[in-house]
Design a protein around this ligand. Structure first.
Ligand code: ATR
Length: 285
């Protein structure tokens, strides 16, 4: 590091457990960039000050994570249309003092899904959860030509709200909502090709819980994607694998959303394998 070092990072609260610094710093080293990525624990009431700091100190850009992905929107100068539709930003680019917000979560999810061989066009999906991650997944799938979607959430009003936002933006998509209960999820799953688990249930350190404790609705041939990456094999994903489902963990989305942010900031091709390996090593540690 010297007087020319460029700074990027992530703001969230809490943020100490983020894997992004390891992933991005490994990428900067691999590409020979004199850049550094730090984690900033920013409380809600200081979010505007943090964004002013990005401008004032001339950071190249910043990632935004829970709980700021939605609150950051009005603090930005410009929004990418997809981020505006999703209503959440996870990547900010500092364009000469103007802050532009992007959402690379939708891209990261879709890219990892396609990498494994699943094309959403014309398919039917069920999403568990209706928070920020669910919004990115839903708009990503809808934009990729998904045919039908059911959103199941613990709080029904949030599921209803997301379903309405999707219908308004993408009239061709058939959307329904349900409560996160086996008797409501099971009928939707009978017809589904893909089930995406977007809630934080099962995430480290509370790994012994699952968003659906009744697994009888899981069947061979169903694709099950759990966005959680720590641990990679959640209780839910283990049950899905035991039921014969085709399972995907959250590592692919984490890497591809990071790779998209790297490309936006640097204009370079991201070193995907280096980034993936850095996360795998951190997970091992
Ligand atoms: P993120 O950006 O990670 O999606 P979020 O916007 O806070 O975070 O959303 C968290 C999601 O996990 C929501 O769908 C939430 O359900 P509610 O809308 O009912 O709060 C879901 N979630 C969190 N804890 C849960 C739990 N114990 N059981 C079921 N769902 C849970």
């Amino acid at each position: 590091m010297d007087a020319r070092t460029k700074l990027t990072g992530i703001i969230g609260y809490p943020v100490e457990h983020s894997f992004s610094p390891a992933m991005h710093n490994a990428a900067f080293v691999a590409c020979g960039l004199n850049w550094v990525y730090l984690a900033f624990a920013v409380r809600k009431e200081l979010l505007a000050d943090a964004l002013a700091g990005v401008r004032g100190l001339g950071l190249v850009g910043i990632n935004v994570t829970v709980p700021h992905k939605e609150e950051v929107l009005p603090l930005l100068d410009e929004l990418d249309p997809l981020a505006a539709r999703i209503g959440a930003v996870n990547t900010v680019v500092n364009e000469g003092g103007r802050l532009k917000g992007y959402n690379t979560d939708a891209y990261g999810f879709l890219t990892s899904l396609r990498e494994e061989g699943f094309d959403p066009a014309g398919k039917k999906a069920v999403i568990l959860g209706a928070g920020g991650a669910a919004r990115a997944v839903a708009f990503g799938l809808a934009g990729a030509g998904l045919g039908a979607l059911v959103i199941a959430n613990r709080s029904p009003e949030r599921a209803r709200e997301l379903a309405a936002a999707l219908k308004k933006n993408i009239p061709a998509l058939q959307v329904e909502w349900a409560r996160l209960r086996p008797e409501e999820v099971a009928p939707a799953l009978r017809e589904a090709d893909l089930l995406v688990q977007t809630t934080s249930v099962g995430m480290y350190p509370k790994i012994d819980v699952s968003p659906l404790e009744d697994y009888s609705c899981l069947r061979p041939g169903l694709w099950v994607y759990d966005l959680v990456y720590n641990p990679r094999q959640t209780k839910f994903l283990k049950a899905a694998r035991a039921a014969g489902c085709r399972t995907l963990d959250g590592l692919g989305m984490l890497v591809h959303q990071g790779a998209a942010a790297f490309r936006l900031w640097t204009g370079l091709q991201p070193p995907l394998e280096v980034m993936r390996q850095a996360v795998v090593e951190r997970l091992g540690a």
